[in-house]
Design a protein around this ligand. Sequence first.
Ligand SMILES: Nc1ncnc2c1ncn2[C@@H]1O[C@H](COP(=O)(O)OP(=O)(O)OP(=O)(O)O)[C@@H](O)[C@H]1O
Ligand SMILES: O=C(O)c1ccc[n+]([C@@H]2O[C@H](COP(=O)([O-])O)[C@@H](O)[C@H]2O)c1
Length: 223
Amino acid sequence: MLSSPHPAAVGVYGGTFDPIHQAHLRVAEEFAEAFGLSQVRLIPTGEPPHRNSPATPAEQRLAMVEAAIAGNPRLMADPREVHRRGYCYTIDTLGELKAELPPGTPLAWLVGADAFLSLHRWKCWQELLDLAHLAVAVRPGFDLESWQKTAPDQLLAAVQPKLSDESAIPVAPVPGRITFLSTTPLAISSTRLRADLAAGRSVRYLLPDPVLEYIERHHLYQI
Ligand SMILES: Nc1ncnc2c1ncn2[C@@H]1O[C@H](COP(=O)(O)OP(=O)(O)OP(=O)(O)O)[C@@H](O)[C@H]1O
Ligand SMILES: O=C(O)c1ccc[n+]([C@@H]2O[C@H](COP(=O)([O-])O)[C@@H](O)[C@H]2O)c1
């Protein structure tokens, strides 16, 4: 069998994951499948710069990610942001990964549609695309079909020339290609789960059973 001259691409999926739910997992799985990735790193953020502090400490959000992906060999929990002091920025995370992985390893970075639509407010956002390809997942309530009509000019100008067909990305040698992934739309959010848990409503089947067991064992998301 011929071995490929290029290192395999590594998937990167950052999130607050407070808690991780089935839509996160399904999107990660479909992303791995679409790009032929043998590894997708799920990276729970420590202190996010762009939103209120999470309801749950980073170590516990990491533990829930680990519980959620147990048994799936291509999903991996990456703890690097949990241990970072100060705000966690994606530019730092991608830079660290780039430095650690074998030279030439392409990074494929996954975000949901809501995160993508505010990309122009991220730290060094244009430089992010010097480090990784970007896959944007469908998310109910966020209209990617007509994003070009409403997106800020600066985001449009930066993104439009980089848009690519999904199939071109895994083999594109130069980072910065962007694709919209047609993942299964699942209208699940951590916000809704936290509210349901606080109100004592069932969240069964919206997140994996081991995550629910962890939440119950640690009495998380109760008021
Ligand atoms: N239902 C979903 N479909 C597609 N992408 C999603 C979905 N939920 C979250 N994502 C994406 O996963 C990443 C991490 O999301 P996050 O952990 O903030 O989950 P969330 O459900 O949006 O949480 P919250 O309600 O607390 O904001 C982001 O890129 C987000 O866009
Ligand atoms: O680096 C930034 O400036 C930045 C701004 C907003 C969001 N992010 C990252 O985007 C990912 C998704 O964020 P969230 O809030 O949807 O969970 C998560 O990994 C965050 O660290 C990063």
